[in-house]
Design a protein around this ligand. Sequence first.
Ligand SMILES: [Cu+2]
Length: 812
Amino acid sequence: MHPSQCLRVSAFAATVLASAIPQGALEERAGTPICPTYANKVYTDSNNVQYTVYCPGFTNGPTIATTNSATNLAECMQACDNQSGCVAANFHTGVNQCSFIGPTVGSYVYDSSFNYAVKVSATSGSGSGTCSSVAVTFNELVTTTWGQSVNLTGSISQLGNWSPGLGVALSANQYSNSNPLWSATVNLPAGTTVQYKYVTVAGDGTINWEADPNHSFVVPSACSTTISDTWQQLSTATPSATKSLSSIVSGTITASTTSSAAPTSTCTNSPSSRNCWSGGFSVETDFDTNWPNTGRTVSYNFDITNVTLAPDGFTRPVLAINGQYPGPTIEANWGDMISVTVNNKLQNNGTSIHWHGIRQYHNNGQDGVPGVTECPLAPGQSKTYTFQATQYGSSWYHSHFSCQYGDGVVGQIMIHGPATANYDIELGPLPLTDWYYQTVNYHASLAEHQNALPPEADNALINGSMTSNSGGKYALTPLTQGKKHRVRLMNTAVDNHFVVSLDGHQMQVIASDFVPVEPFMVDTLFIGIGQRYDVIITADQSPGAYWFRADIQDKAGCGSNFNNGNIRSVFAYVGHETENPISTAHSYTQTCNDQSGLVPHWNSYVPIGKTGTFTELTTSQLQQNENDGSITVYWQINGSALSIDWDKPTLEYVRTGSSGFPSDSNLIQLPNANVWTYWVIQEVAGNPYNVAVPHPIHLHGHDFYVLGTGTTTWTAADANSLNYNNPTRRDVAMLPTNGWLALAFQTDNPGAWLMHCHIAWHADEGLAVQFLESASQIQNVGNIPSDFDSQCNAWESYYSNNPAYLQHDSGI
Ligand SMILES: [Cu+2]
């Protein structure tokens, strides 16, 4: 039962959230779909202009103009006819956007949201019959057994960059015992030098490679060409030796498990080749669609208990995991399954664990948000979360049961994978958090009912440690002279934002959240709540001990801390661990703005948002006068503060086919799959006060693309000045004070996904929406766990029997 005495019973009207989601459009003309009917064929449009059609994908030549008037590829071609300099037309099927390419055609890029067409006259030479994009048909003679399939992989992106089994699937439609022919057609840029191999994939996932050497050829300029190959036997002496890359199908991801039959171009991860991983996976892999399936599961058991701890010397109650704060680091390899059994042994609290930044692809039921994807886990109950590490890098996990993580239910996640720069030594996570001597639950309850500044933190912890008047110690991180060290910085705070720096050293940034970026150097780095940065620190200074500093950006308006200025840890060269640093800080100006210059290594193109495709979500504070003379503070989105029911999660509505969502569930339906959605989050004046502060906005179930920010009021014209060309991509971004934040993401993951401010007070007070994405598909692919019901029953039984704490906030 939801408590009727809950303070959040809505006496105020909630505005229904707008949901201006672009409609998907089937690409067709006169009843004949251009795609796939004309795929790799010549199509003559109504202006008698001939185009070679490619489906799906786009060509990455320079865009000279765009139009939103075309509703299909055929109309896009016609528009290209009328555009001076247009040599090819990219058409985005989700948002009906037509882009004109010129003066060079560019090369093929796979993207399921696009189709494109290249003018036959768009030649690389003056003679007829030459093309810049060539349809290459690969024919492979290989005898397969029942259940086997054949794939093609090679040295270029169009062939998967040596991703075995996941490059290009060959078709067996010409297959017979007497003519075992497999084939596929791939569009490749003329003149490209290509190395490639065929692999067979058995039903159990075993992958067999052809013997060396690799096939190779240079793509000619004829508009189409055919290559015929015959399977290269591993060895005639041992015909039964089916060597496999076991790293793809079973327990390990080490180089030693690759057989001699592996292609020479497969590289493995080492201090001098961090861009590689194994089995053909690397930092070049599109991790949205492609990841290893290691067959390995890493398992953890979490006992959450009431303890007292003194991480900075001051003793206070902590809700600890396995008796420790912060909790254990979850460590896995890219592609591993992660299984965590959570045993709620707390005296008086429900709980739930959210795996921050984990995409939970087709796995919404494991996202760990009470009232959204599950009922809270009642005291005495256990639950096992299971999910795959489809991404790699650094993150954290935390309770999503109100602001509970500030009292201890928090820990680190480290997923080993490739990287964009080399390093020698893995130092692991370095979490940063604010720290309060009273419980966070106590502070949150106060914050909800007073017209006052948010609670000031008493201290902050670096790697779970700090000094204070009560004792404590600085965390120590060892450096080895001359070596490069990888450090995984993460802000796990409730309210404080940090700028970090290491005296005398620079940091090389290689990842923002779970996204590898082009490496760049910084002296100081702003880390918003929930954000992570993987950095490489080279120990190239005089051997000694140096201060690592984490400054709260109080002058810039994002958090306050009693111990600000003294929040430090020690980085010491080996042999200097006992020295007290006397180093000097880097100078900088306080800021609440995100680090700039974050260029994702995996280049992504976001289709330009049409005028009107951006949905505005305003944030504002409401201080509501109650009948008893008290006030209640809300943070609203479009005039509505989120409040969820712990005992009736959103997935319960989905399971039962109910659409009667309460207005304060702040639910935004995204019914169309595989479309781009565009959002502007705008801070507006509050009531009765204009409380203007920055907010770290976090999205579950996706990375979002940060198209731009502004410090004034968003206008429709701002859509034209955003960055759609490989924009910053991550899962937390800062909304500037009194400003706006423009985001885009693709509806490729059915589920109920929260987007919220990661300041715990603000999330408590309602600053959140839920995206209900492809609701009709959730029961098929969202993986609602079988214990969903029993967990809810246990919770209702617990909560209806005089629990110590009632919901006093949004619940998340
Ligand atoms: Cu906020």
